[in-house]
Design a protein around this ligand. Structure first.
Ligand SMILES: [Zn+2]
Length: 384
């Protein structure tokens, strides 16, 4: 048992600052309040105690090709099966992959991330590699798998179903790349099989405007409409919404993730984050492909803070931005599967404790601290 004492804790889903102590036993929060002092005292006088980060969207497998292909288009970089990324992955050895994934997981832990939602390529084998690579690292991967049987104009649907069932024995869910690569039948099967097994279905949507236009031409629906209609639990990017796309997502209560740095690197636009927040949406924040970006959430937070000022000529609320990297995952999502996968046991003590340099705790984290200013990372597996 230990008490984190004398810090400013960011409390509850809205991260309200409070000068209170937290008592932790066996990895769980057992009490929060003033003047509590039980077990070992970890005195963090004046520091900020924040829930640890969740990286809402990442492709950790492409850790082996950092910065390769810079300047190419979205599809030349990441579209399966011939993108720069997929060719490199096909040629990498298991040992190389595991080593690169471990490095990225340590980069995440050291910068305050204790959970990440990964789009894992490489089928069942790829998912198993990541599970194995993460075993002795104090981080929780939420693995969304995929299989080559999903692709093509006329896929064998019984093979697709079989692949999903096998994947879901190892994975927390399924994530095909996008609607450009799969048929409507495959999309429906993925969403319904995940729902049946209480697992997560997730897909990229509206990452580029050309994706949206192609989708409208081909199906008479935007990618976002298709994502909502197919009942996916989570939609990633939404960078180029059209018509009433965002209203549809809000109404369906679908979980969303935005990745501003990846969108900027690929030159596909700026997500409408201030509008999303004003509407009452509660997106997560993700760093996307490790080939494009470091998986450091502090960098994503600062970039997003400033990008939104430039884009909107107005400010994003820093507390809401920080919630995107922390507590938004605890809010209701359509089937509650994401929340369950991330926090399968209640009251887990998972914090990052940052040195404080300013009077605004949210800006202190989003605008000021760096990895070296982390005093402690506390989660179930360890105190780092
Ligand atoms: Zn992605």
């Amino acid at each position: 048992m230990f008490t984190i004492a004398n810090g400013i804790i960011l409390k509850g889903q809205n991260l309200i600052p409070a000068k209170e102590n937290i008592v932790v036993d066996d990895g769980k929060i057992i009490n929060i309040g003033k003047d509590l002092n039980e077990g070992k005292i970890i005195d963090v006088e004046g520091a900020i105690v924040c829930p640890s980060f969740i990286n809402g969207h990442i492709h950790i497998g492409d850790s082996i090709i950092k910065d390769e292909g810079y300047g190419l288009s979205l599809s030349e970089m990441v579209k399966p099966p011939n993108g720069v990324k997929h060719k490199a992955l096909a040629n990498a050895s298991d040992d190389e992959l595991i080593e690169a994934m471990k490095q990225s997981m340590w980069d995440m832990v050291n910068s305050g991330t204790t959970h990440f939602i990964d789009y894992r390529e490489g089928g069942l084998k790829g998912a198993k590699l990541l599970r194995k690579a993460s075993e002795d690292i104090p981080i929780k991967p939420i693995i969304l798998g995929r299989d080559d049987s999903f692709y093509g104009e006329d896929p064998d649907l019984s093979k697709v179903k079989n692949a999903i069932r096998k994947l879901l024995k190892v994975c927390d869910g399924i994530a095909p790349s996008g609607f450009g690569e799969i048929t409507d039948d495959v999309a429906r099967i993925i969403a319904s099989e995940c729902k049946r097994q209480n697992k997560i279905s997730s897909i990229h949507v509206a990452e580029s405007d050309s994706n949206q236009i192609e989708s409208l031409d081909k199906f008479g629906k935007t990618e976002i409409e298709k994502g909502v209609d197919s009942n996916f639990d989570q939609l990633v990017h939404l960078t180029n919404p059209k018509n009433n796309d965002l209203e549809l997502v809000l109404k369906a209560n679908t979980n969303t993730v935005v990745c501003p740095r990846a969108n900027a690197t690929l030159n596909v636009g700026v997500c409408r984050l201030n509008e999303m927040l004003d509407m009452g949406m509660t997106p997560l924040l993700g760093t996307d492909n490790v080939m494009l970006n470091s998986p450091n959430m502090l960098r994503e937070l600062e970039f997003t803070l400033k990008l939104m000022s430039v884009y909107y000529n107005g400010y994003i609320e820093p507390s809401k931005l920080l919630q995107m990297a922390t507590t938004n995952v605890c809010r209701h999502d359509v089937n509650n599967v994401i929340q369950k996968a991330v926090m399968n046991e209640g009251n887990l003590a998972e914090f990052v404790i940052f040195k404080s340099f300013s009077k605004n705790p949210y800006l202190n984290i989003c605008n000021r601290v760096e990895t070296k200013n982390i005093l402690y990372i506390i989660n179930k597996k360890c105190i780092v």
